[in-house]
Design a protein around this ligand. Structure first.
Ligand code: FUL
Length: 473
Protein backbone atom coordinates (compact mmCIF):
# COMPACT_ATOMS: atom_id res chain seq x y z
CA UNK A 1 0.00 0.00 0.00
CA UNK A 2 2.88 2.31 0.64
CA UNK A 3 3.33 2.99 -3.06
CA UNK A 4 -0.22 4.05 -3.70
CA UNK A 5 -0.31 6.17 -0.60
CA UNK A 6 2.87 7.95 -1.55
CA UNK A 7 1.78 8.45 -5.11
CA UNK A 8 -1.82 9.46 -4.74
CA UNK A 9 -2.26 10.52 -1.16
CA UNK A 10 -4.15 8.72 1.57
CA UNK A 11 -7.61 9.96 0.54
CA UNK A 12 -7.25 8.96 -3.06
CA UNK A 13 -5.90 5.63 -2.00
CA UNK A 14 -8.83 4.94 0.30
CA UNK A 15 -11.33 6.14 -2.27
CA UNK A 16 -9.69 3.98 -4.85
CA UNK A 17 -10.09 0.88 -2.73
CA UNK A 18 -13.63 1.53 -1.64
CA UNK A 19 -13.04 3.03 1.84
CA UNK A 20 -11.82 -0.07 3.56
CA UNK A 21 -14.07 -2.58 1.81
CA UNK A 22 -12.81 -6.08 2.44
CA UNK A 23 -12.92 -8.79 -0.10
CA UNK A 24 -12.62 -12.49 0.67
CA UNK A 25 -9.22 -14.08 0.30
CA UNK A 26 -8.88 -16.26 -2.77
CA UNK A 27 -9.94 -19.82 -2.07
CA UNK A 28 -6.95 -22.18 -1.89
CA UNK A 29 -6.29 -24.01 -5.13
CA UNK A 30 -5.66 -27.64 -4.21
CA UNK A 31 -3.20 -29.10 -3.55
CA UNK A 32 -1.65 -26.77 -0.98
CA UNK A 33 1.34 -27.24 1.35
CA UNK A 34 1.01 -28.33 4.94
CA UNK A 35 2.43 -25.86 7.47
CA UNK A 36 5.59 -27.94 7.79
CA UNK A 37 6.05 -28.17 4.01
CA UNK A 38 5.71 -24.39 3.77
CA UNK A 39 8.25 -23.83 6.57
CA UNK A 40 10.59 -26.32 4.86
CA UNK A 41 10.36 -24.53 1.51
CA UNK A 42 11.20 -21.23 3.13
CA UNK A 43 14.47 -22.65 4.49
CA UNK A 44 15.72 -22.63 0.87
CA UNK A 45 19.25 -23.96 1.55
CA UNK A 46 20.19 -26.92 3.75
CA UNK A 47 23.46 -28.73 4.31
CA UNK A 48 23.99 -32.47 3.86
CA UNK A 49 26.84 -34.17 5.73
CA UNK A 50 28.04 -37.54 4.45
CA UNK A 51 30.34 -39.27 6.90
CA UNK A 52 31.15 -42.90 7.66
CA UNK A 53 34.00 -45.42 7.28
CA UNK A 54 34.15 -44.40 3.60
CA UNK A 55 36.25 -41.37 4.51
CA UNK A 56 38.89 -43.81 5.76
CA UNK A 57 38.65 -46.33 2.90
CA UNK A 58 38.40 -43.78 0.10
CA UNK A 59 35.16 -45.30 -1.16
CA UNK A 60 31.74 -43.95 -2.10
CA UNK A 61 29.79 -47.07 -1.14
CA UNK A 62 31.23 -49.12 1.70
CA UNK A 63 30.86 -52.88 1.51
CA UNK A 64 29.73 -53.42 5.06
CA UNK A 65 32.82 -55.47 5.90
CA UNK A 66 34.86 -52.51 7.13
CA UNK A 67 36.47 -52.94 10.53
CA UNK A 68 35.08 -50.24 12.87
CA UNK A 69 38.64 -49.87 14.17
CA UNK A 70 39.53 -47.84 11.07
CA UNK A 71 37.07 -45.15 12.16
CA UNK A 72 39.01 -42.63 14.24
CA UNK A 73 38.26 -39.00 13.36
CA UNK A 74 40.41 -37.78 16.22
CA UNK A 75 39.74 -34.05 15.78
CA UNK A 76 36.03 -34.36 15.09
CA UNK A 77 34.24 -31.12 15.89
CA UNK A 78 30.56 -31.03 15.02
CA UNK A 79 30.52 -27.35 15.98
CA UNK A 80 32.93 -26.64 13.15
CA UNK A 81 30.50 -28.28 10.71
CA UNK A 82 27.46 -26.49 12.05
CA UNK A 83 29.16 -23.11 12.25
CA UNK A 84 30.31 -23.49 8.67
CA UNK A 85 26.73 -24.34 7.71
CA UNK A 86 25.46 -21.28 9.55
CA UNK A 87 28.03 -19.00 7.94
CA UNK A 88 26.80 -20.35 4.60
CA UNK A 89 23.22 -19.37 5.50
CA UNK A 90 22.06 -23.00 5.64
CA UNK A 91 19.10 -23.57 7.93
CA UNK A 92 19.34 -27.30 8.60
CA UNK A 93 22.05 -29.96 8.73
CA UNK A 94 21.06 -33.42 7.48
CA UNK A 95 23.48 -36.08 8.71
CA UNK A 96 24.00 -39.61 7.36
CA UNK A 97 23.39 -41.45 10.63
CA UNK A 98 23.96 -44.66 8.65
CA UNK A 99 24.97 -45.04 5.00
CA UNK A 100 24.83 -48.14 2.81
CA UNK A 101 27.82 -49.73 4.63
CA UNK A 102 25.68 -50.05 7.76
CA UNK A 103 28.14 -48.36 10.15
CA UNK A 104 26.17 -46.28 12.66
CA UNK A 105 27.37 -42.85 13.77
CA UNK A 106 25.49 -43.35 17.03
CA UNK A 107 25.86 -46.23 19.52
CA UNK A 108 22.79 -48.17 18.41
CA UNK A 109 21.80 -50.88 20.83
CA UNK A 110 20.83 -53.11 17.90
CA UNK A 111 24.28 -53.60 16.38
CA UNK A 112 27.95 -53.56 17.28
CA UNK A 113 28.75 -52.05 13.89
CA UNK A 114 28.93 -48.48 15.12
CA UNK A 115 31.03 -45.81 16.77
CA UNK A 116 30.98 -47.84 19.97
CA UNK A 117 33.32 -50.43 18.35
CA UNK A 118 35.66 -47.74 17.08
CA UNK A 119 38.70 -46.20 18.77
CA UNK A 120 37.13 -42.76 18.43
CA UNK A 121 36.58 -41.49 21.99
CA UNK A 122 37.31 -45.06 23.14
CA UNK A 123 33.97 -46.16 21.81
CA UNK A 124 32.15 -43.69 24.04
CA UNK A 125 31.31 -41.13 21.36
CA UNK A 126 28.04 -40.34 19.56
CA UNK A 127 28.22 -38.20 16.43
CA UNK A 128 24.44 -37.84 16.10
CA UNK A 129 24.42 -36.43 19.64
CA UNK A 130 27.28 -34.01 18.93
CA UNK A 131 25.63 -32.73 15.75
CA UNK A 132 22.24 -32.36 17.44
CA UNK A 133 23.80 -30.37 20.28
CA UNK A 134 25.79 -28.17 17.93
CA UNK A 135 22.65 -27.49 15.86
CA UNK A 136 20.76 -26.55 18.99
CA UNK A 137 23.52 -24.18 20.09
CA UNK A 138 23.75 -22.50 16.71
CA UNK A 139 20.00 -22.39 16.07
CA UNK A 140 19.95 -24.76 13.11
CA UNK A 141 17.50 -27.59 12.50
CA UNK A 142 18.58 -31.21 12.35
CA UNK A 143 17.66 -33.83 9.76
CA UNK A 144 18.75 -37.47 9.52
CA UNK A 145 19.41 -39.93 6.70
CA UNK A 146 19.16 -43.55 7.77
CA UNK A 147 19.96 -45.59 4.68
CA UNK A 148 17.54 -48.49 4.27
CA UNK A 149 20.17 -50.32 2.23
CA UNK A 150 22.51 -51.91 4.77
CA UNK A 151 25.35 -54.03 3.44
CA UNK A 152 26.51 -55.10 6.89
CA UNK A 153 23.42 -56.20 8.76
CA UNK A 154 22.89 -59.97 8.62
CA UNK A 155 19.11 -59.78 8.63
CA UNK A 156 19.11 -57.67 5.46
CA UNK A 157 17.22 -59.64 2.79
CA UNK A 158 15.10 -61.38 5.41
CA UNK A 159 12.52 -58.70 4.81
CA UNK A 160 10.28 -58.73 7.93
CA UNK A 161 13.26 -59.20 10.23
CA UNK A 162 15.29 -56.40 8.68
CA UNK A 163 12.26 -54.10 8.65
CA UNK A 164 12.04 -54.61 12.42
CA UNK A 165 15.74 -53.83 12.73
CA UNK A 166 15.33 -50.70 10.64
CA UNK A 167 12.30 -49.54 12.66
CA UNK A 168 14.26 -50.10 15.87
CA UNK A 169 17.07 -47.89 14.64
CA UNK A 170 14.68 -45.26 13.33
CA UNK A 171 12.97 -45.28 16.71
CA UNK A 172 16.27 -44.71 18.51
CA UNK A 173 17.14 -41.80 16.27
CA UNK A 174 13.73 -40.18 16.43
CA UNK A 175 13.36 -40.61 20.20
CA UNK A 176 16.72 -39.61 21.64
CA UNK A 177 18.00 -36.57 19.80
CA UNK A 178 15.32 -33.90 20.14
CA UNK A 179 13.34 -32.42 17.24
CA UNK A 180 14.15 -33.85 13.82
CA UNK A 181 12.97 -31.62 10.98
CA UNK A 182 13.58 -33.86 7.95
CA UNK A 183 13.98 -37.60 7.56
CA UNK A 184 15.74 -38.52 4.35
CA UNK A 185 14.99 -41.82 2.62
CA UNK A 186 16.41 -43.30 -0.51
CA UNK A 187 15.36 -46.42 -2.28
CA UNK A 188 18.82 -47.96 -2.88
CA UNK A 189 18.30 -51.66 -2.41
CA UNK A 190 20.27 -54.86 -2.69
CA UNK A 191 20.26 -58.52 -1.81
CA UNK A 192 21.03 -59.79 1.65
CA UNK A 193 23.43 -62.61 2.60
CA UNK A 194 20.51 -65.02 1.96
CA UNK A 195 20.54 -63.99 -1.71
CA UNK A 196 17.11 -62.38 -1.44
CA UNK A 197 16.15 -58.85 -2.31
CA UNK A 198 15.06 -56.82 0.69
CA UNK A 199 11.50 -55.48 0.52
CA UNK A 200 11.33 -52.23 2.47
CA UNK A 201 8.17 -51.53 4.43
CA UNK A 202 8.06 -47.84 3.62
CA UNK A 203 4.49 -47.26 4.89
CA UNK A 204 5.64 -48.53 8.29
CA UNK A 205 8.79 -46.40 8.18
CA UNK A 206 6.74 -43.29 7.37
CA UNK A 207 4.18 -44.03 10.09
CA UNK A 208 7.03 -44.33 12.60
CA UNK A 209 8.40 -40.93 11.57
CA UNK A 210 5.01 -39.24 11.89
CA UNK A 211 4.32 -40.91 15.23
CA UNK A 212 7.63 -39.94 16.81
CA UNK A 213 8.31 -36.65 15.02
CA UNK A 214 5.01 -35.26 13.71
CA UNK A 215 6.72 -32.01 12.67
CA UNK A 216 9.27 -33.77 10.43
CA UNK A 217 8.97 -33.79 6.67
CA UNK A 218 9.81 -37.00 4.83
CA UNK A 219 12.07 -36.75 1.80
CA UNK A 220 11.61 -39.45 -0.80
CA UNK A 221 8.20 -40.13 0.76
CA UNK A 222 4.96 -38.25 1.28
CA UNK A 223 6.28 -34.71 1.83
CA UNK A 224 9.24 -33.96 -0.42
CA UNK A 225 10.25 -35.39 -3.77
CA UNK A 226 13.71 -35.90 -5.18
CA UNK A 227 14.34 -33.52 -8.06
CA UNK A 228 15.48 -36.40 -10.27
CA UNK A 229 19.22 -35.76 -10.47
CA UNK A 230 22.18 -35.33 -8.14
CA UNK A 231 23.48 -32.17 -9.80
CA UNK A 232 21.53 -29.67 -7.70
CA UNK A 233 19.44 -28.51 -10.64
CA UNK A 234 15.67 -28.27 -10.69
CA UNK A 235 13.50 -28.52 -13.78
CA UNK A 236 12.00 -25.44 -15.36
CA UNK A 237 9.01 -25.34 -15.26
CA UNK A 238 8.88 -26.73 -11.75
CA UNK A 239 5.56 -27.45 -10.06
CA UNK A 240 5.35 -28.36 -6.40
CA UNK A 241 2.16 -30.30 -7.24
CA UNK A 242 2.88 -33.83 -8.33
CA UNK A 243 0.75 -36.51 -9.99
CA UNK A 244 1.41 -39.87 -8.30
CA UNK A 245 -0.37 -41.63 -11.16
CA UNK A 246 1.80 -40.09 -13.84
CA UNK A 247 2.81 -42.28 -16.75
CA UNK A 248 5.80 -40.08 -17.52
CA UNK A 249 9.32 -41.31 -16.93
CA UNK A 250 10.67 -40.28 -13.55
CA UNK A 251 13.45 -38.34 -15.32
CA UNK A 252 10.78 -35.92 -16.54
CA UNK A 253 8.17 -36.19 -13.81
CA UNK A 254 10.48 -35.47 -10.87
CA UNK A 255 12.26 -32.33 -12.11
CA UNK A 256 9.08 -30.70 -13.37
CA UNK A 257 6.18 -31.97 -11.28
CA UNK A 258 2.71 -31.44 -12.75
CA UNK A 259 0.47 -28.41 -13.21
CA UNK A 260 -2.54 -30.59 -12.39
CA UNK A 261 -0.79 -32.72 -9.78
CA UNK A 262 -2.99 -33.87 -6.93
CA UNK A 263 -0.30 -33.97 -4.22
CA UNK A 264 1.77 -31.09 -2.88
CA UNK A 265 5.27 -32.55 -3.05
CA UNK A 266 7.95 -29.91 -3.68
CA UNK A 267 11.32 -30.90 -5.09
CA UNK A 268 14.64 -30.98 -3.25
CA UNK A 269 17.84 -30.61 -5.29
CA UNK A 270 20.71 -32.51 -3.69
CA UNK A 271 24.31 -32.17 -4.81
CA UNK A 272 27.80 -32.43 -3.33
CA UNK A 273 30.33 -29.62 -3.06
CA UNK A 274 32.84 -32.17 -4.37
CA UNK A 275 32.56 -34.84 -7.07
CA UNK A 276 31.86 -37.51 -4.42
CA UNK A 277 29.48 -37.56 -1.47
CA UNK A 278 32.29 -38.65 0.85
CA UNK A 279 35.70 -37.12 1.45
CA UNK A 280 38.55 -38.22 -0.80
CA UNK A 281 41.97 -36.54 -0.58
CA UNK A 282 42.18 -36.57 -4.36
CA UNK A 283 39.13 -34.28 -4.51
CA UNK A 284 40.54 -31.57 -2.25
CA UNK A 285 41.32 -29.53 -5.33
CA UNK A 286 37.88 -30.16 -6.87
CA UNK A 287 35.68 -28.21 -4.48
CA UNK A 288 32.98 -26.21 -6.26
CA UNK A 289 33.77 -22.52 -6.64
CA UNK A 290 31.60 -19.75 -5.22
CA UNK A 291 30.49 -18.94 -8.79
CA UNK A 292 29.41 -22.51 -9.28
CA UNK A 293 27.50 -22.62 -5.98
CA UNK A 294 25.72 -19.35 -6.75
CA UNK A 295 24.78 -20.76 -10.16
CA UNK A 296 23.30 -23.82 -8.42
CA UNK A 297 21.30 -21.54 -6.14
CA UNK A 298 19.72 -19.87 -9.16
CA UNK A 299 18.98 -23.28 -10.72
CA UNK A 300 17.48 -24.83 -7.59
CA UNK A 301 16.05 -22.29 -5.14
CA UNK A 302 15.53 -19.93 -8.08
CA UNK A 303 13.36 -22.57 -9.76
CA UNK A 304 11.02 -23.31 -6.88
CA UNK A 305 13.15 -26.06 -5.34
CA UNK A 306 15.35 -26.36 -2.23
CA UNK A 307 19.12 -26.74 -2.41
CA UNK A 308 20.61 -29.53 -0.28
CA UNK A 309 24.37 -29.13 -0.54
CA UNK A 310 26.63 -31.88 0.77
CA UNK A 311 29.94 -31.22 2.54
CA UNK A 312 31.92 -34.30 3.67
CA UNK A 313 34.17 -34.27 6.75
CA UNK A 314 37.69 -35.63 6.27
CA UNK A 315 39.45 -38.32 8.32
CA UNK A 316 40.21 -35.77 11.04
CA UNK A 317 36.46 -35.33 11.38
CA UNK A 318 36.57 -31.77 10.07
CA UNK A 319 35.35 -29.91 7.01
CA UNK A 320 38.39 -28.93 4.93
CA UNK A 321 39.34 -25.25 4.97
CA UNK A 322 38.50 -24.82 1.28
CA UNK A 323 34.97 -26.14 1.72
CA UNK A 324 34.41 -23.85 4.73
CA UNK A 325 35.65 -20.86 2.79
CA UNK A 326 33.38 -21.67 -0.20
CA UNK A 327 30.30 -21.90 2.03
CA UNK A 328 31.05 -18.49 3.49
CA UNK A 329 31.80 -17.02 0.07
CA UNK A 330 28.53 -18.42 -1.28
CA UNK A 331 26.47 -16.64 1.35
CA UNK A 332 28.45 -13.41 1.11
CA UNK A 333 27.77 -13.32 -2.62
CA UNK A 334 24.05 -13.95 -2.16
CA UNK A 335 23.79 -11.42 0.68
CA UNK A 336 25.49 -8.78 -1.36
CA UNK A 337 23.33 -9.48 -4.42
CA UNK A 338 20.02 -9.53 -2.55
CA UNK A 339 20.74 -6.80 0.02
CA UNK A 340 19.05 -3.94 -1.80
CA UNK A 341 15.68 -4.60 -3.40
CA UNK A 342 15.14 -1.67 -5.76
CA UNK A 343 11.41 -2.33 -5.94
CA UNK A 344 10.78 -2.58 -2.18
CA UNK A 345 8.00 -0.24 -1.13
CA UNK A 346 7.97 1.62 -4.43
CA UNK A 347 4.89 2.96 -6.20
CA UNK A 348 2.94 0.20 -7.82
CA UNK A 349 -0.25 -0.31 -9.73
CA UNK A 350 -2.02 -3.28 -11.17
CA UNK A 351 -4.28 -4.16 -14.09
CA UNK A 352 -6.94 -4.87 -11.44
CA UNK A 353 -7.13 -5.56 -7.74
CA UNK A 354 -9.25 -8.16 -6.02
CA UNK A 355 -12.46 -6.51 -4.86
CA UNK A 356 -10.65 -3.15 -4.98
CA UNK A 357 -9.42 -4.24 -1.57
CA UNK A 358 -6.19 -2.53 -0.48
CA UNK A 359 -4.94 -5.77 1.09
CA UNK A 360 -4.63 -7.30 -2.38
CA UNK A 361 -3.18 -4.29 -4.20
CA UNK A 362 0.08 -4.37 -6.18
CA UNK A 363 2.04 -2.91 -3.25
CA UNK A 364 1.50 -6.13 -1.30
CA UNK A 365 3.95 -7.81 -3.67
CA UNK A 366 6.61 -5.22 -2.85
CA UNK A 367 6.51 -5.20 0.94
CA UNK A 368 8.96 -8.07 1.54
CA UNK A 369 6.28 -10.10 3.34
CA UNK A 370 5.70 -13.51 1.69
CA UNK A 371 2.28 -13.73 3.33
CA UNK A 372 0.81 -10.62 1.67
CA UNK A 373 0.12 -10.66 -2.04
CA UNK A 374 -1.41 -8.96 -5.03
CA UNK A 375 -4.50 -10.81 -6.24
CA UNK A 376 -7.17 -10.34 -8.84
CA UNK A 377 -10.85 -11.25 -8.70
CA UNK A 378 -11.89 -14.85 -9.16
CA UNK A 379 -12.07 -15.68 -12.85
CA UNK A 380 -9.44 -13.05 -13.72
CA UNK A 381 -6.48 -15.32 -14.39
CA UNK A 382 -4.17 -12.82 -16.06
CA UNK A 383 -3.03 -9.27 -15.42
CA UNK A 384 -0.01 -7.19 -14.52
CA UNK A 385 1.65 -5.23 -11.80
CA UNK A 386 3.80 -2.25 -12.60
CA UNK A 387 6.52 -0.77 -10.41
CA UNK A 388 7.70 2.80 -10.65
CA UNK A 389 11.25 2.93 -9.30
CA UNK A 390 11.08 6.71 -8.94
CA UNK A 391 14.17 7.23 -11.09
CA UNK A 392 16.09 5.23 -13.64
CA UNK A 393 17.75 2.29 -11.94
CA UNK A 394 19.92 -0.52 -13.25
CA UNK A 395 19.08 -4.12 -12.38
CA UNK A 396 19.97 -7.60 -13.63
CA UNK A 397 18.02 -9.96 -11.38
CA UNK A 398 14.31 -10.29 -10.64
CA UNK A 399 12.83 -12.35 -7.83
CA UNK A 400 9.22 -13.48 -8.19
CA UNK A 401 7.16 -15.24 -5.54
CA UNK A 402 3.69 -16.67 -5.27
CA UNK A 403 1.71 -16.98 -2.04
CA UNK A 404 2.00 -20.75 -2.23
CA UNK A 405 -0.07 -21.36 0.90
CA UNK A 406 -2.95 -20.84 -1.56
CA UNK A 407 -1.50 -23.26 -4.11
CA UNK A 408 0.77 -22.80 -7.09
CA UNK A 409 -1.02 -20.97 -9.89
CA UNK A 410 1.09 -19.15 -12.47
CA UNK A 411 1.75 -20.96 -15.76
CA UNK A 412 3.16 -18.16 -17.94
CA UNK A 413 4.62 -14.75 -17.16
CA UNK A 414 6.75 -12.02 -18.74
CA UNK A 415 8.85 -9.16 -17.47
CA UNK A 416 8.91 -5.89 -19.37
CA UNK A 417 10.71 -2.58 -18.88
CA UNK A 418 9.82 0.87 -20.07
CA UNK A 419 12.13 2.43 -22.62
CA UNK A 420 11.68 5.07 -25.31
CA UNK A 421 7.98 5.45 -24.57
CA UNK A 422 7.04 1.79 -24.74
CA UNK A 423 7.22 -1.55 -22.97
CA UNK A 424 10.03 -3.81 -24.05
CA UNK A 425 10.47 -7.51 -23.42
CA UNK A 426 12.96 -8.44 -20.72
CA UNK A 427 12.36 -12.16 -20.18
CA UNK A 428 9.60 -14.69 -19.92
CA UNK A 429 8.96 -17.81 -17.94
CA UNK A 430 6.42 -20.41 -16.92
CA UNK A 431 6.12 -21.41 -13.25
CA UNK A 432 6.92 -19.23 -10.22
CA UNK A 433 5.96 -21.06 -7.02
CA UNK A 434 7.79 -20.17 -3.81
CA UNK A 435 10.57 -18.41 -5.70
CA UNK A 436 11.58 -17.81 -9.27
CA UNK A 437 14.80 -15.96 -10.03
CA UNK A 438 15.46 -14.41 -13.41
CA UNK A 439 18.92 -13.27 -14.49
CA UNK A 440 19.46 -11.02 -17.47
CA UNK A 441 21.93 -8.47 -18.87
CA UNK A 442 21.73 -5.22 -16.87
CA UNK A 443 18.78 -3.05 -17.82
CA UNK A 444 18.29 0.59 -16.87
CA UNK A 445 14.74 1.80 -16.54
CA UNK A 446 12.34 3.67 -14.29
CA UNK A 447 9.40 1.31 -14.75
CA UNK A 448 9.13 -2.46 -14.81
CA UNK A 449 6.16 -4.72 -15.01
CA UNK A 450 5.33 -8.33 -14.37
CA UNK A 451 2.71 -9.62 -16.76
CA UNK A 452 0.90 -12.80 -15.83
CA UNK A 453 -0.37 -14.30 -19.06
CA UNK A 454 -1.79 -17.51 -17.71
CA UNK A 455 -2.64 -18.87 -14.30
CA UNK A 456 -4.71 -21.79 -13.04
CA UNK A 457 -6.74 -19.43 -10.85
CA UNK A 458 -6.46 -15.75 -9.95
CA UNK A 459 -2.76 -14.94 -9.48
CA UNK A 460 -1.49 -14.36 -5.93
CA UNK A 461 1.89 -12.63 -6.26
CA UNK A 462 3.69 -12.27 -2.95
CA UNK A 463 7.03 -10.99 -4.18
CA UNK A 464 8.41 -8.91 -7.04
CA UNK A 465 11.97 -7.81 -6.25
CA UNK A 466 14.64 -6.24 -8.46
CA UNK A 467 18.36 -6.42 -7.77
CA UNK A 468 21.66 -5.40 -9.27
CA UNK A 469 24.83 -7.32 -8.60
CA UNK A 470 27.02 -10.25 -9.49
CA UNK A 471 24.56 -12.93 -10.56
CA UNK A 472 27.24 -14.99 -12.26
CA UNK A 473 25.59 -14.57 -15.65
C1 FUL B 1 22.24 -41.96 -3.04
C2 FUL B 1 23.38 -42.76 -2.40
O1 FUL B 1 23.58 -43.97 -3.10
C3 FUL B 1 24.61 -41.89 -2.41
O2 FUL B 1 25.72 -42.56 -1.88
C4 FUL B 1 24.31 -40.62 -1.65
O3 FUL B 1 24.05 -40.94 -0.29
C5 FUL B 1 23.12 -39.91 -2.26
C6 FUL B 1 22.71 -38.67 -1.53
O4 FUL B 1 21.99 -40.79 -2.29
O5 FUL B 1 21.10 -42.66 -3.14
Amino acid sequence: MRGWTRMLGVCVSIACFGAGAESARPAPLAPVPTAKQLAWQRMETNLFVHFTVNAFTNREWGEGTEDPKIFNPSKLDARQWVRAAKAGGFKMVILTAKHHDGFCLWPSQYTEHSVKSSPWKNGQGDIVREVSEACKEEGLKLGLYLSPWDRHEKSYGDSPKYNDYYINQLTELLSNYGPITEVWFDGACGEGPNGKKQEYDFPRYYATVYRLQPEAVIFGGPDIRWIGNESGVSGDPCWAPYDPKTTEKWETALPHGHANGTEWKPGESDVSIRPGWFWHAAEDAKVRSVDNLVDLYFKSVGRNSLLLLNVPPNTDGLFCATDVERLKGFRERLDSLFRDDLARGKEARASSTRGNDARFAAGAALDGDPDTYWATDDGVNSGWIEVNLGEKRTFNVACLQEAISLGQRVEAYRLEYWKGGKWRALCEGTTIGHKKLERFKPVTSKKVRLVIDKARACPTIAGFGLYNGDSGL
